[in-house]
Design a protein around this ligand. Structure first.
Ligand code: FES
Ligand code: FES
Length: 149
């Protein structure tokens, strides 16, 4: 048995070392807010925080987690910056189809936690791995700038 701390709750799971975290979140624990896009670390839809760092859960296997806490889109509003990012997303009406947006919010929250006043270049660099096929990039940037950390 392996203990995973997700959004402050401990879950016991019996999964092989090479099982991707995304599979465990969605298929075992029912935390379906984190999305499957590409499965090869190219789209960012599956982004979660592991030990406070934004990671691609499709490429994060059970043996990489150790004792680090995990935060998903279901729990990010419990962090002060995550709550502000979600409020900014609503205020700027960022979302179109929504599929990529869990990952966008997780990456934006990680960026603002590390860098409270990012420049356009900082935002572009930090968010480059999060693809939005609806093209919401301009509103994403506007929303990030609007967050008062
Ligand atoms: S599903 Fe993980 S990066 Fe695309
Ligand atoms: S809002 Fe549709 S893919 Fe980003």
């Amino acid at each position: 048995m392996r203990k995973l701390t997700i959004n402050g709750q401990v879950h016991e799971v019996d999964m092989p070392d090479d099982m991707p975290l995304l599979w465990v979140l969605r298929d075992v624990l029912g935390l379906t807010g984190t999305k499957y896009g590409c499965g090869i670390a190219q789209c960012g839809a599956c982004t979660v925080h592991l030990g406070g760092i934004a990671v691609r859960s499709c490429q994060t296997t059970m043996d990489m987690i150790e004792d680090m806490p995990i935060v998903t889109i279901e729990g990010v509003s419990n962090t002060p910056i995550g709550a502000k990012v979600q409020a900014a997303w609503l205020d700027k009406e960022v979302v179109q189809c929504g599929y990529c947006q869990s990952g966008q919010i997780m990456s934006a929250t990680a960026l603002l936690t590390e860098n409270p006043k990012p420049t356009d270049t900082d935002i572009d660099d930090a968010m480059a791995g999060n693809i939005c096929r609806c093209g919401t990039y301009v509103r994403i940037r506007e929303a990030i700038h609007s967050v008062n950390v």
